[in-house]
Ligand binder design. Structure first.
Ligand code: ATP
Ligand code: MG
Length: 420
């Protein structure tokens, strides 16, 4: 123990579990990389305004969860609570939307920060992989992104997840629905804060997790009954494309999600093995966001999948990913001369693409073999003074226990052949 521990609501990723974490990031990004999405990386902090305007003044993210700071120079910054606003800001700043063909398709991976009440699956520092397709209004694009997320989960072996789907309408039909919903909500018995929310962002009241509130919402008007013809047709196309791709979804007319900027297609992936923190990912169309942060009209769609919760979902389903071994060959030298020789062999193995490690710290045979076994290596290369005078090393198969002498100058080639 040191005097310090990781801040509340955060945790450290350590081997061997950290390998699963990396593999999940890799698995989520793989379908994007082969679908025309380019990698984007933005700073870990931005001007507070970007999020308060982009994510929305009425969201929990902005009102309660943002880590804000004032720099010595007087700038108001926030640790990024989500990725979309930053990615759009970066695309606009670099004029990507003017430089080439639309949509601009980008993916990202990184750390996000929200001051939340820490609990299982809910942290103050967490990790997302996300994707954004900027500047096109096409139901096929919404479908593409949803399919890529489904393919990512499926490639990890997950099956106990569901896709919830809704449309939030557009600037034509949403305001009419909003007014109808407000009328309904104002008549309910709700607390002060929720009543305020009715005036700022009534759709979010539908998202209230409290049972007493949900009970009262039973007869609430639903957006599905208020969509304009254009939104209805758009949504129908998204659904048809998903069905054609073999993607199952559940219509969830109350799905609104946490961010203010969504329009039309909205979706969430929930995993049934995670208890109350069941959302493993979500996204949707955000046709108005660009204008909200000072850009031109750029209809866009995107998602973010939570890496932490995806790892928890794997655990819940009892899935162990098949990961490449961290170490394939472990070298055990006995004596000074052997240390020099085997250290060179290890370097050569690594340069030949073989994952190799070495018994550091001048351990005795017994301890060194313990390290070799713990490393997960398939082979140990052992050498003492006598082996070296004969120009050989001992090649031990750590699975079978079989040990054979191999000429020192052929051991790398021999291991390459055995491990191929
Ligand atoms: P929730 O309803 O659970 O608060 P959210 O709607 O705030 O989720 P998004 O902003 O859509 O989440 O983020 C996308 C994904 O990122 C979520 O589905 C979840 O997997 C993950 N995520 C969000 N907040 C956290 C957190 N505090 N800790 C761990 N993962 C998170
Ligand atoms: Mg949240």
């Amino acid at each position: 123990m040191s005097t310090f521990s990781a801040p509340k609501g955060t945790y450290d990723l350590l081997p061997p579990d950290s390998a699963t974490f990396l593999a999940v990031r890799e698995a989520i990004s793989a379908p994007l990389k082969r679908s025309g999405y380019g990698y984007v990386e933005t700073p870990g902090f931005e001007q507070v305004e970007l999020f308060s305007r982009g994510v929305g003044e009425s969201t929990d993210i902005v009102t309660k969860e943002m880590y804000t700071l004032t720099t010595k120079g007087g700038d108001q910054l926030a640790l990024r609570p989500e990725g979309t606003a930053s990615v759009l800001r970066a695309a606009l700043q670099a004029n990507l939307h003017k430089a080439g063909v639309l949509p601009v398709k980008l993916w990202y991976s990184g750390s996000y920060y929200r001051y939340e009440r820490p609990q299982a699956g809910r942290y103050r520092h967490f990790s997302q992989v996300g994707a954004e397709a900027i500047g096109a209004e096409d139901p096929a694009l919404d479908a593409e992104l949803i399919i890529l997320a489904v393919d990512a989960y499926t490639s990890l072996g997950l099956s106990n997840f569901r896709l919830l789907l809704n449309s939030l309408g557009d600037k034509v039909c949403r305001p009419v629905y909003r007014a109808a919903l407000q009328d309904f909500l104002r008549a309910l018995d709700l607390d002060e804060e929720t009543r305020r929310r009715i005036e700022i962002n009534p759709l979010r009241v539908l998202d209230d997790k409290r049972e007493a509130v949900q009970k009262q919402l039973a007869g609430a008007p639903l957006i599905a009954d208020h969509l304009c013809e254009a939104c209805k047709a758009y949504h129908e196309q998204v659904r048809e494309l998903l069905t054609a791709a073999g993607v199952r979804y559940e219509d969830d007319p109350k799905l609104v999600r946490g961010l203010d900027y969504y329009t039309r297609t909205t979706f969430e992936f929930v995993h049934d093995g995670l208890g109350s923190q069941s959302a493993v990912g979500g996204g949707g169309r955000y046709d108005g966001l660009s204008e909200m942060i000072g850009g031109p009209a750029l209809p866009s769609v995107g998602w973010a999948l939570g890496v932490d919760r995806t790892v928890l979902a794997l655990k819940a389903e009892g899935i162990e990913l098949e990961l490449p071994p961290a170490t394939q060959v472990f070298a055990v030298p006995l004596g000074e001369e052997a240390r020099r020789v085997l250290f060179a062999t290890v370097t050569e193995l690594r340069r030949a693409g073989i994952a190799a490690d070495f018994a550091f710290g001048g351990k005795g045979l017994k301890n060194a073999m313990k390290s070799a076994n713990r490393s997960g290596a398939r082979f140990a290369v052992i050498a003492g003074e006598r082996d070296l005078t004969e120009g050989v090393v001992q090649l031990k198969n750590l699975e079978s226990g079989e040990q054979i002498p191999v000429a020192l100058d052929t051991v790398v080639a021999e291991l390459q052949a055995k491990l191929a």
